[in-house]
Design a protein. Structure first.
Length: 149
């Protein structure tokens, strides 16, 4: 059953709406429905189109947010989803007011990913690349915090 603003009951579970900030969390609810999910990429196809966020925690999702998971569920983790997030965001310029990112277009959208010699998504590359990006950011922060004055 669709969860509308009027039906939301305050709670501790994140409600994910088609927002471009706060990781898509627009409320905290105690409600539950069949959109309850976790370890998923939430991709907006209304509101702030193409914006997307990784949700490792349990959350309820708005009808305007498509939940995206890898077909190989064993590969779904923080790093592979963050890589996919960036690849989806690279398509944002294509979608504007006159050309909406709807469910049908989402299904047809081609997303470029690294592949293995067998032609399968190269999850190891995605994980390694994103871990490297994360470490670079951590080092930048540490250098900033502990720089000599």
């Amino acid at each position: 059953m669709r969860l509308t603003k009027a039906n939301q009951e305050m709670g501790e579970r994140p409600f994910i709406g088609a927002s471009d900030n706060e990781n898509g969390v627009t409320a905290f609810v105690s409600n539950t429905n069949k959109s309850l999910d976790e370890n998923v990429l939430g991709v907006n196809y209304n509101g702030s189109v193409v914006e997307n966020f990784y949700h490792p925690y349990q959350a309820i999702f708005s009808d305007d947010v498509k939940r995206v998971k890898w077909k190989d569920k064993n590969q779904g983790n923080k790093y592979t989803y963050l890589f996919l997030k960036e690849m989806i965001l690279s398509q944002k310029v294509k979608y504007a007011y006159g050309y909406k990112f709807n469910g049908e277009r989402m299904k047809r959208q081609k997303i470029m990913l690294p592949v293995t010699e067998a032609g399968l998504p190269d999850y190891d590359y995605m994980k390694t690349y994103m871990k490297k990006q994360e470490l670079e950011q951590i080092f930048k922060i540490l250098n900033y915090l502990y720089r000599e004055e």
